[in-house]
Design a binder for this molecule. Structure first.
Ligand code: HEC
Ligand code: HEC
Length: 316
């Protein structure tokens, strides 16, 4: 029971790490031997524009996700060349520039390109799709275009669409890097001002994912008080408000909404009451149990956070 109720509100904290994990499952487990940078000629047989089916079928969707990191020397050369030939139109960050070049980070041509082979014809022949600005043919040697391509890929590899997994093999973030002994000492000296040791008993079991656990304790528990989300788990960290009307009548309950115009509180019997606000009338006092933790935040050093997490993880 207890573990359920605590985990429910914690679930939203999980979202971030979950998104990464889910994404990571779709990413290749190992880096397949894509054409090495600089491997001569038309190494890639896939036709321009067609997503390659050959390797990693059903895993990565774009070569950009299967690519080993480019040669830093080539990337450096490509960066310079891009600045000279492409930047004015496609922008310093490849997201499009003043002269009407489109965002290259989202370009199918770029995403499907392995080693310059689909980018090269665009550069050398130019482009003029109806309704688009014109990209003039640019007389740039193939080798230079490849260097530019390598640079562009180095950027797309690190800057993905929202929610997409990072390039390359999934990154296991090990956040349990602290010293549990030091963490326990920290807990005993600082946290026990408000908590008994019993308060965190079994927390490593209740919140098994270390990243979630860290966010959870740093935040002083999960936010559970909003609109009943998180179900019964809202027993903790419920934000309450006391509304005092002009005639002195007080109403107290769980804070549902507070903005410049209304304050809404849910009463113990499940009903809710809303009050129109006009400046300081009615008076609203908010109590957020997590406020204490928010005030603590600036007092932690990074090391303290790591140590305390390392300690709490052991409390199974
Ligand atoms: C004078 C402005 C200009 C310059 C310089 C320029 N481009 Fe373009 N580029 C464009 C425009 C405009 C388009 C869109 C043309 C269209 O689709 O009709 C485009 C399209 C592209 C596309 C295709 C995007 C897609 O998905 O359809 C690629 C790839 C590309 N440019 C790469 C480059 C590279 C690499 C350079 C430098 C070597 C470069 N461009 C220089 C203006 C420019
Ligand atoms: C100033 C008092 C105070 C201090 C100091 C303090 N906490 Fe808290 N803590 C609270 C309050 C208040 C709550 C919120 C309880 C609620 O939501 O009702 C809380 C909640 C928590 C929770 C979530 C609730 C639970 O039991 O699972 C954890 C975990 C936690 N604190 C850990 C710590 C740790 C670790 C430290 C030391 C680094 C610490 N606290 C220091 C006051 C404090």
């Amino acid at each position: 029971m207890r573990s359920k109720t605590l985990l429910a509100p914690a679930a939203f904290l999980l979202l971030a790490s979950l998104a990464v994990r889910l994404g990571a499952q779709g990413a290749p487990q190992q880096t397949p031997p894509a054409a090495p940078p600089g491997a001569g000629g038309q190494g890639a047989p896939q036709g321009a524009g067609a997503p390659p089916q050959g390797r990693g079928r059903g895993l990565a969707t774009f070569p950009a996700q299967q690519r080993p990191p480019g040669d830093p020397e080539v990337i450096r050369r490509g960066t310079g060349l891009y600045g000279v030939y492409c930047r004015s139109c496609h922008g310093a960050d490849l997201r499009g520039g003043d002269q009407g070049g489109p965002n290259l980070l989202r370009s199918q041509v770029v995403l499907n390109d392995q080693n310059g082979e689909t980018i090269l014809p665009v550069v050398q022949q130019g482009r003029q799709n109806p309704g688009m600005a014109v990209m003039p043919p640019l007389n740039i040697p193939e080798d230079d275009v490849k260097a530019i391509a390598t640079y562009i890929h180095s950027v797309t590899a690190s800057a993905r669409g929202q929610g997409a997994p990072p390039a390359g093999p999934p990154i296991e973030l090990n956040i349990v890097v602290g010293d549990p002994k030091a963490g326990q000492a920290y807990f005993d000296s600082k946290c026990t001002a408000c908590h008994t040791a019993a308060a965190v008993q079994g927390i490593g079991t209740r919140v098994p994912d270390p990243m979630t656990l860290q966010n959870y304790w740093v935040g002083g528990g999960a936010a559970g008080g909003r609109g009943g989300r998180g179900g019964g788990g809202a027993a903790q960290s419920v934000v309450t408000a006391t509304v005092t009307e002009a005639n002195g009548q007080k109403t107290e309950g769980r804070l549902v909404r507070l903005d410049d115009f209304y304050v809404v509180v849910a009463l113990a019997d499940g009903a809710s009451r809303s009050f129109r606000r006009d400046g300081d009338v009615p008076k609203v006092e908010v109590k957020d149990p997590r406020e204490a933790h928010r005030k603590l935040l600036p007092t932690y050093a990074d090391k303290d956070i790591h140590d305390v997490t390392a300690y709490l993880v052991t409390l199974k």
